[in-house]
Design a protein around this ligand. Structure first.
Ligand code: DON
Length: 304
């Protein structure tokens, strides 16, 4: 497959697409990002690289990091994990409180905020030094030792984290949070603050295209079965109440973040990251989704 030709053709088509999205402004640090940024990086399982535009600019990966925290928690906790969080699509916004009350404090899945907060709680129980141990895990699977949290973003999240604080309090009242609320929230806000370039993001997620083995550390991150299940959760829950639409248009498992990043996986072929900060009404990158839709259409290849 000539990925270079397809990326060139798709980005050309995107030039004439009106971007109806808006940069996230509920976290002040995110609102100052240049809305015109656009980057793509595709890494194949044979370590071939294809990119376009601002692929080497750092941006806030936000909720995309939830897949990485889930991967580590699943590795450490195994199937016991699913007693604390479900695997069903929520069909609601990423920060919704609605279902949590009727579901007795068990989040529908680990990729909505409530589920990701439970995963943070689980990691705090397992890890001696959660923030340090987690970032080391990310560096190891990506082979990139410079990946870091951004304290400016984490502080900005904390300052406006009213809904997340409501979610954790509700779950604590149901007994589904075991550690101190402030400690869990500090870890959660830092998780969301991780910065990567499109190149780094596609490299970091390549282990989900290689059935759980990191091509960089050459170590097994997850068993084949666990890697399949993480991809299945991304397919069904990676875009919140737009997960069906993403599956329908793109046909790959993926995950978005309110920083405008999206990563999508084609198992046995590639991992691709796109970044365009303007978001649609569901909080997913408007141009990012359009790029991936055109990309899988032109390559005539998706997991379906
Ligand atoms: O919890 C929050 O509000 C954010 N820091 C993460 C949100 C996010 O990226 C949701 N994704 N699309």
């Amino acid at each position: 497959m000539n990925y270079k030709r397809v990326i060139t053709s798709v980005t050309k088509q995107l030039e004439s697409t009106k971007d109806n999205g808006k940069v996230a402004n509920y976290i002040s640090e995110l609102s100052s990002v240049d809305p015109s940024k656009f980057g793509v990086h595709l890494t194949t399982i044979n370590n071939k690289h294809f990119n376009f535009g601002d692929a080497n600019d750092k941006f806030s990966i936000q909720s995309i990091a939830k897949v990485l925290s889930l991967s580590l928690a699943y590795k450490l906790e195994n199937e016991k994990l699913w007693k604390r969080v479900g695997v069903e699509p929520s069909g609601t916004a990423f920060n919704s409180l609605i279902q949590l009350e009727t579901d007795l404090g068990i989040p529908r899945n680990p990729l909505i905020n409530a589920g990701a907060i439970v995963i943070c709680d689980i990691l705090i129980t397992h890890l001696e030094n959660p923030k340090k141990d987690f970032i080391e895990f990310v560096r190891e699977i990506s082979g990139i030792s410079t990946i870091e949290y951004c304290s400016r973003i984490a502080e900005s999240e904390k300052a406006t984290g009213y809904r997340n604080t409501a979610l954790i309090n509700l779950m604590k009242s149901f007994g589904n949070i075991k550690n101190d609320i402030d400690v869990v929230m500090d870890f959660y806000f830092n998780l969301c603050s991780i910065e990567m370039t499109c190149k780094e993001l596609s490299q970091t997620f390549l282990f989900l295209a290689t059935y759980g083995v990191s091509p960089y550390s050459e170590e097994r991150v997850l068993s084949k079965s666990k890697s399949k299940r993480i991809n299945a959760i991304m397919q069904l829950c990676g875009f919140y109440d737009e997960a069906g639409e993403f599956s329908f248009k793109v046909g790959l498992p993926g995950k978005s973040g309110v920083g405008g990043g999206i990563v999508a996986i084609y198992p046995s072929k590639y991992s691709v990251a796109v970044w365009s900060p303007k978001l649609n009404k569901k909080g997913n990158s408007f141009k990012g989704i359009r790029f991936l839709e055109l990309f899988t259409t032109e390559t005539e290849a998706s997991i379906f």
